[in-house]
Design a binder for this molecule. Structure first.
Ligand SMILES: [Zn+2]
Length: 264
């Protein structure tokens, strides 16, 4: 039905660089509106983003998604609704600058850095390399986040928990956590809509993230286009903290944290 996104001409988009991003098309879409017009436009060679207005958020909260991903997500949200689950977005497309702000806040100690058990760590005695490794457990390198592609979404069940209470920790998605039923539903049905979990325990260097789903038909075409050299350029020209430590072993970090992911 829908063609996979072909090789991008404007590769800056892969790294979240905004200049090449078409985000003005089909803006202001309610979850109920038809996105097909946006998708059938010539979207070859660029990532076409559309805006969704999520019904589960305070008014005017808009999320951007790659166009085919948005269509599939809408279909999946309709299906979860029939089972009494309110599939809602907590984070969707994220530009480089947003990821940079997250990274720098963690690198400077302004935002908590968590260990593998989701406990805050005192970062003051850590070497730069140790701090890089620690941040990467839960946050992507600016330029290397799958959220830059518009194909990856952090989700929650808006019927069970308000977004402002959501912490995005595993306990919320397992056992009797508020999003456990949603997670079970996704494990069973997400593949029917093209979505899967790229971050799983033992299968990805990034820690298990039961809230992070990816639209495989498009994201699988983007991953092979990701290039270490291009990312190095982007980082080199940014205000990223820990830049030298990251650039010194960028090929290894990309192999580990970008390419080593779970298969659908
Ligand atoms: Zn995520």
């Amino acid at each position: 039905m829908l063609n996979a996104t072909p090789r991008l001409r404007n590769t800056a988009q892969l790294y979240g660089i905004e200049s090449g991003v078409e985000s003005d098309v089909a803006s202001g879409l309610d979850m109920g509106l038809n996105l097909s017009a946006a998708v059938t436009q010539e979207s070859a060679q660029r990532l076409q983003l559309v805006e969704l207005l999520s019904p589960h958020h305070p008014s005017e909260t808009r999320f951007r998604l790659e166009a085919q991903t948005a269509l599939a997500f809408k279909a999946m949200a309709d299906s979860t609704a029939k089972d009494g689950i309110a599939l809602a977005i907590c984070s969707a497309y994220r530009p480089f600058d947003r990821q940079l702000a997250i990274w720098n806040a963690k690198a400077s100690g302004k935002r908590a850095v968590l260990d593998i058990n989701e406990q805050p760590v005192d970062i003051s005695p850590l070497s730069d390399d140790e701090l890089v490794d620690l941040i990467l457990l839960w946050s992507a390198l600016p330029g290397a986040s799958r959220h830059h592609w518009g194909t990856d979404i952090d989700v929650f069940d808006a019927k069970q928990i308000e977004v402002k209470s959501l912490r995005l920790v595993e306990a919320e998605y397992t056992d009797s956590g508020p999003c456990a039923r949603l997670h079970q539903w996704l494990l069973q049905h997400a593949k029917n809509f093209g979505f899967y979990f790229p971050f799983q325990r033992g299968k990805s260097a990034v820690s298990a993230e039961p809230w992070h789903i990816s639209y495989f038909p498009v994201s699988q075409t983007l991953l092979p286009q990701f290039e270490v050299q291009a990312l190095a350029q982007v980082i080199q020209h940014s205000d990223m903290l820990l830049k030298e430590a990251v650039l010194a072993r960028l090929p290894t970090l990309v192999a580990e944290y970008v390419h080593r992911i779970a298969k659908p």
